[in-house]
Design a protein around this ligand. Structure first.
Ligand SMILES: C[S@@+](CC[C@H](N)C(=O)[O-])C[C@H]1O[C@@H](n2cnc3c(N)ncnc32)[C@H](O)[C@@H]1O
Length: 290
């Protein structure tokens, strides 16, 4: 990509970016162009609007050229920037962790609603497949006396989650460990949460490029029918939950019924689904009988 330099104005750079992103087939080229320019120039959207004629300068121009090429090739802006916002928290992300998704906020919201005023109690929370630490950090931020444990099978994810826990000021209340699901984990927990890999193996290669090429396969591949992780997590959670404790798991579109059925067979009560903002059944909740 050529066409911008230090003397290029922000408005010209915006037009150049939008044209490149449109040619690359990105869904929202103008919006993406604004985000890219703000990222490369270290600008707020307000600063961009206030002074569109200002020159890019260096090193913003060089950064913009690199960023534009990577974004046009399909790399998500969050992975280029190394940052992603989740539940109002700015989290570090890398190619080793799933980009936390807005729909996962449905799980956080559902957990807080179920906890109600117990949110302030010294709860024990377990996050299985902690990834970047998104769910764990959000819940511990909202539950000021809670202690949390996050587990992930990826050593690189564990180190990102630890970094985020630290950056969110939660290190004194959170532990993050390398391991497979609940192996070696001792309860009891008041809340077990998980957003496990749930894409059927045969569908992973057909996912959009930004997901398939830039999120780790370990975070996506849920086995032949996408449900392998639930078969491991749900039975193990029965034993680790305190009486009356809650389990919340994110599910893929169309998986709610199967996971609800599994929860009911294992003796979970009040097993229900919660929908995300798009109306998709996104979370299955259940309770260990009191
Ligand atoms: C869909 S990602 C979710 C990450 C994060 N919780 C979030 O919501 O953004 C699933 C995570 O499960 C982890 N994982 C996969 N298999 C695992 C296993 N057997 N034990 C523990 N974690 C596992 C992956 O490494 C990945 O970080």
């Amino acid at each position: 990509m050529r066409g911008v330099g230090a003397a290029t104005s922000r408005a010209e750079a915006l037009a150049w970016l939008a044209e490149n992103f449109e040619n690359a087939g990105l869904d929202e080229p103008r919006r993406e162009a604004r985000l890219a320019l703000c990222e490369a120039g270290g600008l707020t959207p307000a600063a961009l609007i206030a002074a569109p004629e200002a020159a890019l300068g260096e090193p913003a121009a060089a950064r913009l050229v690199d960023l534009a090429a990577r974004r046009a090739a399909g790399e998500p802006l969050s992975k280029i920037a190394g940052r992603r916002e989740f539940w109002g928290l700015a989290l570090a992300v890398s190619p080793d962790v799933l980009d936390p998704r807005p729909e996962t906020e449905t799980l956080v919201e559902a957990a807080l609603k179920l906890l109600g005023s117990r949110r302030r109690d010294p709860l024990r929370i377990l996050d299985l497949g902690v990834g970047s630490g998104a769910i764990l950090c959000a819940l511990l931020t909202e539950c000021p006396a809670a202690l949390g444990l996050g587990v992930d099978a990826s050593a690189a994810a564990v180190s990102i989650a630890r970094r985020n826990v630290e950056a969110c000021g939660l290190a004194a209340r959170a532990d993050v460990r390398l391991g497979s699901w609940t192996e070696g984990v001792e309860g009891p927990f008041d809340l077990i949460v998980s957003n496990p890999p749930y894409i059927p193996s045969a569908d992973v290669d057909g996912l959009e490029r930004a997901v398939r090429d830039y999120d780790p396969r370990l975070a996506l591949d849920g086995g032949p029918d996408g449900l392998d992780a639930y078969r491991a997590i749900l039975p193990a959670s029965v034993a680790l939950l305190a009486p009356g404790g809650r389990l919340l798991v994110e599910v893929g579109a169309g998986q709610g019924g199967a996971v609800l059925g599994l929860a009911a067979r294992l003796g979970f009560v009040h097993a229900e689904t919660r929908r995300d903002l798009a109306g998709v059944e996104r979370v299955v909740v259940g309770q260990r009988p009191a």
